[in-house]
Design a protein around this ligand. Structure first.
Ligand code: IDP
Length: 154
């Protein structure tokens, strides 16, 4: 059953929040997002999903997949590091949560293939295509962790 909106007058007001470099480097992104979620704010962002999943458009589950993926906002990120494509897939786990091992994200947090909580690109080429789809080059930063930079450089 769909819940009724209580209709607060300014409930559609939007703001932009950024986690600044020290917040990112101190691994606080998750905790900061959690504060906004717990306070009751709603995360809103754009949808490019039909393009994202265009290779699956002939599959019988595609209409349902699009309905699922556009049912609310998604949080899209680019993570960087040695072997990150393959290792993210390992961390995310099998597409079907029934097959996903405990300890993987899908294995720990999901039970059905059509609600498997997270996406990670499946190849270097796929990652390149998806990153270009969601981000402009200017959105992607080349940065050194503060652990390695001397404070006099900042
Ligand atoms: P992946 O997400 O593990 O890379 P893909 O085969 O690329 O797997 O499928 C993309 C998404 O489509 C899956 O994560 C899942 O949400 C959905 N999906 C895949 N196969 C099925 C299916 O048989 N039924 C329902 N949804 C599916």
């Amino acid at each position: 059953r769909r819940s009724k909106s209580i209709g607060l007058p300014d409930a559609r007001e939007q703001t932009l929040v950024a986690v600044k470099p020290d917040g990112v480097q101190r691994r606080l992104v998750g905790q900061i997002i959690q504060r906004f979620e717990q306070r009751g704010f709603k995360l809103v962002s754009e949808e490019l999903l039909s393009e994202h999943y265009c290779q699956l458009r002939t599959k019988p589950f595609y209409p349902g997949l699009l309905r699922y993926m556009t049912s609310g906002p998604v949080v899209v990120m680019v993570w960087e590091g040695h072997n990150v494509v393959q290792m993210s897939r390992t961390m995310v786990g099998h597409t079907n949560p029934t097959e996903a091992q405990s300890g993987t994200i899908r294995g720990d947090f999901s039970i059905h293939i059509s609600r498997n909580v997270v996406h990670a690109s499946d190849s270097l080429e796929g990652a390149q295509r998806e990153i270009q789809l969601w981000f402009q080059a200017k959105d992607l930063l080349d940065w050194d962790c503060c652990d390695r930079a001397s404070t006099s450089e900042i």
